[in-house]
Design a protein around this ligand. Sequence first.
Ligand SMILES: Cc1cc2nc3c(=O)[nH]c(=O)nc-3n(C[C@H](O)[C@H](O)[C@H](O)COP(=O)(O)OP(=O)(O)OC[C@H]3O[C@@H](n4cnc5c(N)ncnc54)[C@H](O)[C@@H]3O)c2cc1C
Length: 452
Amino acid sequence: MSWWWRDLGGAPAARAGLDGDLDADVCIVGGGYTGLWSAYYLARMQPSLRIVVLEERFAGFGASGRNGGWLTNSVTGGRERYARTHGRHAAIAQQRALNDAVDEVLGVCAREGIDADARKDGELTVARSAAQLARMRDFAASESRWPGADVTVLDAAETAERVRVAGTAGAMWHPHCARIHPAKLVRGLAAAVERLGVTIHEGTRVDEILPGVARTARGTVRATHVIRATEGFTPTLRGEHRTWLPMNSSMIVTEPLPAAAWDEIGWRDAPTLGDFAHVYMYAQRTADGRIAFGGRGVPYRYGSRVDGEGTTPERTVESLTDLLRRFFPAAAGVPIAHAWSGVLGVPRDWAATVGLDRATGLGWAGGYVGTGVTATNLAGHTLADLVLGHDAERTRLPWVGHRARRWEPEPLRWLAVRGVYGAYRRADRAESASASPRTSPLAHLADLISGH
Ligand SMILES: Cc1cc2nc3c(=O)[nH]c(=O)nc-3n(C[C@H](O)[C@H](O)[C@H](O)COP(=O)(O)OP(=O)(O)OC[C@H]3O[C@@H](n4cnc5c(N)ncnc54)[C@H](O)[C@@H]3O)c2cc1C
């Protein structure tokens, strides 16, 4: 269980499971942000709809209750691809929609009385080696050609005014990001959709999705529309084994830092914090004065196995702890309170997608890689429009209907992911030990193999 749920006193009180067969207008499989945002907008736009959410464990059990709490505006897979396939204006529209979705989530929180510890102080990404700094400058230059990216480059002194990270040579900041408490958001959202009349059945695993049908051991739901919102767990569904690759991400959280440590670190506002390493880290300052710090541990398990419980190997905890203490020597004496992992969905082309097949009534959204906290809101909003047949600007965004090819069979997937992450780790080590601004050729090779 994530520290976020522990902070709320553990898993929420269980909701009833499905009890026999049921008819509905819309059946949503998966009770994370994607499923719940879809239900939220559907119920608000058409209150008469019979909407049922089927959730294997409990609402917020997956990545939605475990993430780093960056409500940020990333276009998963990058804008360039959409510029190539749909034109520059479409890529800009995708960016603007994600910028707006950050504020939309904050707006819904205010409207529905969800206190998710939200604070919109932007996103700070630091460079801690000459190669990272060169990559940051290139990236910032290309970002500045896109309206809506709104990046600012900071030198070492300006960065230290915001957060003092040891060894930082400079940073990039943009304003379209809020820090949130992930479990508070998902818990509040589940309660909000129930108030709107949506039924959430927990402890109900869907074994198979077919047109008009979601089949479980506890009964079958028949519905005009069935939406797959299972993200990193998708490979466990019949027929979906190679659709998305389940990638793990792990986090640790410290005990609250003493005031003297915060004085040294700064970080008075709450920008989220990342870096320009290939195996990157992500962190937030929590509302109660801890550091929550994440990164890749064991990225992938053979055969797309998913460890639903999120158990974190000791050496992952050690390596994240070591990195956290190298970032913040002032936190070296502060104990680690908890560690956990979660699973996210990676499409073969690393680009997120949302869509509805009109002929079958089957909808889907996911493949957000590590950036779904905001995109799930846009996806849920879009799915609601698609189900209701609305022709909105949202439904014309370039990620709508996007399909990637399937992943290769094993052992190729395992070999490729292992090779790619091994190469990224070696590239990071080489870059940290060198004064050269050149990105390690190993990282270029890994980019090529992964299709990233
Ligand atoms: C450790 C970690 C850190 C992250 N940090 C960030 C971050 O800071 N910012 C960001 O933007 N993104 C982050 N992400 C990604 C983000 O959390 C996800 O993209 C997002 O939560 C996806 O929401 P979802 O509803 O699609 O999937 P999930 O939250 O995973 O929900 C899927 C749900 O489906 C249920 N389910 C699965 N199979 C079945 C079945 N067969 N039948 C019924 N129910 C089923 C699961 O139990 C689960 O509750 C992070 C992810 C992880 C794991």
